[in-house]
Design a protein around this ligand. Structure first.
Ligand code: COA
Length: 332
C-alpha cells in the first residue's frame, strides 16, 4: 500500500509588523478590544514594492524543500490554496511555478478560504496514493492587507486578517503519514463571510460609478457572530470525525494545529477536548488570521520549535468562508 507523508515544511511572513496600537492610530479600535475578542496582538502586512503572494509562497516552498532534502527540480505538481491570488486570474499556482523555474508541471488553485490548505493537502494525498506524482508542493499563501478596509467602517475585519505563506512537500511512503482527511461545505451560509465583487454575476455596468471607482479595497462582509457560532460546532464535529475514522481518542492527539481564526475559538476546542496547553499550537497572537496560510505557518513554527516529533499524531482542523470546514489526521 502506498501512503503519503509530509517530508518538509516551511513558511514565510513579511517583515512589517502591524501592532494593535498602530491600528488604533488609523481607525477607531484599541488593543483591549482586539486582544479580548480575538487574542491577536500583531500581524504582518506586506511591502507592496517587493512582496507578492507567489514570491512569499516561493520562499516558504524553498524552505520546505530544503528541510526535505530536495530541490525545486524534484517537484512534479503544485496545489496552491489562496483566496487572494496576485491576479483575479490566473491563480497564483502558475506564478509560483514560474518563480521556481518549473515550466511545464501542473499547478492547481484552490479557493476554499480558511479550509483551503486542508482541501489542498487532501487532493495532493490522493495524487500521491494513486501513484500519479511522487513530489507535490502544497501551499497556502495570502495577502489580505491590500484588500482590507482600514477605515472605521471596516474595523470588524481589518483587525483580524494578516499576510503570510506556508508550504509542505508531500512524498510517497510505505507507512501511513496522512492518515485521513475530511472535507465539508455548506453553501447556504456563503454570504455570512464573503467578498461580493468582482463577481462574474455582477458585471461592472450594474455597479454604481462610486463602486467602480472605489479604491479602498474589497469589501469583506463578515457576520462575526454567525461565523463564531458555526465554527465552534464544526471544528468539534470534524475533529471527532477524524478521530473516529482512525479508531483514535482525543488522548491520542499529540498536537492539534487549528486554523488560526480566533484564539477564543481555539481555547473553546481545547477545553472541549480537555487538551493541555502543550497539545494545542497557537500563533494567532503574532500573525492574525492568515486564512489558507495559517495552518502551514503554524505547523512550520511548531516543527521548528521541536513540538512536532517523529511518530507524533497531529490533528489539523479548519473552518471558514463557504462555509467550509475540514480536518486531517497525520502520523508524522
Ligand atoms: N474595535 C473596536 N470595536 C469594534 C471593532 C474594533 N475593531 N469591531 C467592532 N467593534 C464594535 C462593534 O461596532 C460593536 O459595537 P456596538 O456594540 O456599539 O454596536 C461591538 O464592538 C461588538 O461587536 P460584535 O461584532 O458583536 O463583537 P463580537 O463580540 O461578536 O466580536 C468578532 C467580533 C469578529 C471578534 C467575533 O464575532 C469573531 O471572532 N467571530 C468569528 C470571526 C472569525 O473567526 N472569522 C474568521 C473565520 S475563518
Amino acid at each position: 500500500m502506498r501512503y503519503s507523508k509530509i517530508s518538509g515544511i516551511g513558511h514565510h511572513v513579511p517583515e512589517t509588523i502591524i501592532t494593535n496600537e498602530y491600528l488604533s492610530t488609523i481607525m477607531d479600535t484599541n488593543d483591549a478590544w482586539i486582544t479580548e475578542r480575538t487574542g491577536i496582538k500583531e500581524r504582518r502586512w506586506i511591502n507592496p514594492d517587493k512582496d507578492t503572494v507567489a514570491n512569499m509562497a516561493a520562499k516558504a516552498s524553498r524552505m520546505a524543500l530544503q528541510r526535505a532534502g530536495l530541490t525545486e527540480k524534484d517537484v512534479e505538481f503544485i496545489v496552491f490554496a489562496t483566496i487572494t491570488s496576485d491576479y483575479y486570474f490566473p491563480g497564483s499556482g502558475v506564478l509560483l511555478q514560474r518563480e521556481l523555474g518549473l515550466e511545464g508541471i501542473g499547478a492547481l488553485d484552490i479557493k476554499n478560504a480558511c479550509s483551503g490548505f486542508i482541501y489542498a493537502l487532501s487532493i495532493a494525498d490522493q495524487f500521491i496514493k494513486s501513484g500519479m506524482y511522487k513530489t507535490i508542493l502544497v501551499v497556502g499563501a495570502e495577502i489580505q492587507s491590500s484588500a482590507l478596509d482600514v477605515s472605521d467602517r471596516g474595523r470588524n475585519t481589518a483587525v483580524i486578517f494578516g499576510d503570510g505563506a506556508g508550504a509542505v512537500v508531500l512524498r510517497p511512503s510505505d507507512k501511513p503519514g496522512i492518515l485521513s482527511t475530511h472535507l465539508h461545505a455548506d453553501g447556504r451560509f456563503a454570504e455570512e463571510l464573503y467578498v461580493k465583487d468582482p463577481g462574474g454575476s455582477r458585471p461592472n455596468k450594474e455597479r454604481q460609478p462610486e463602486q467602480i471607482l472605489d479604491t479602498s479595497g474589497f469589501k469583506v462582509h463578515m457576520n462575526g457572530n454567525q461565523v463564531f457560532k458555526h465554527a465552534v460546532v464544526r471544528f468539534m464535529e470534524v475533529i471527532n470525525e477524524a478521530l473516529a475514522a482512525n479508531n483514535m481518542k482525543k488522548e491520542d492527539i499529540d498536537l492539534l494545529v487549528p486554523h488560526q481564526a480566533n484564539l477564543r475559538i481555539s481555547q473553546y476546542i481545547q477545553e472541549k477536548l480537555s487538551l493541555r496547553d502543550d497539545q494545542v499550537y497557537n500563533n494567532i497572537m503574532r500573525y492574525g488570521n492568515t486564512t489558507a496560510a495559517s495552518i502551514p505557518i503554524a505547523m512550520s513554527e511548531a516543527w521548528a520549535e521541536g513540538k512536532i516529533k517523529e511518530n507524533d499524531v497531529i490533528c489539523l482542523a479548519a473552518f471558514g468562508s463557504g462555509f467550509t470546514w475540514a480536518s486531517a489526521l497525520i502520523r508524522w
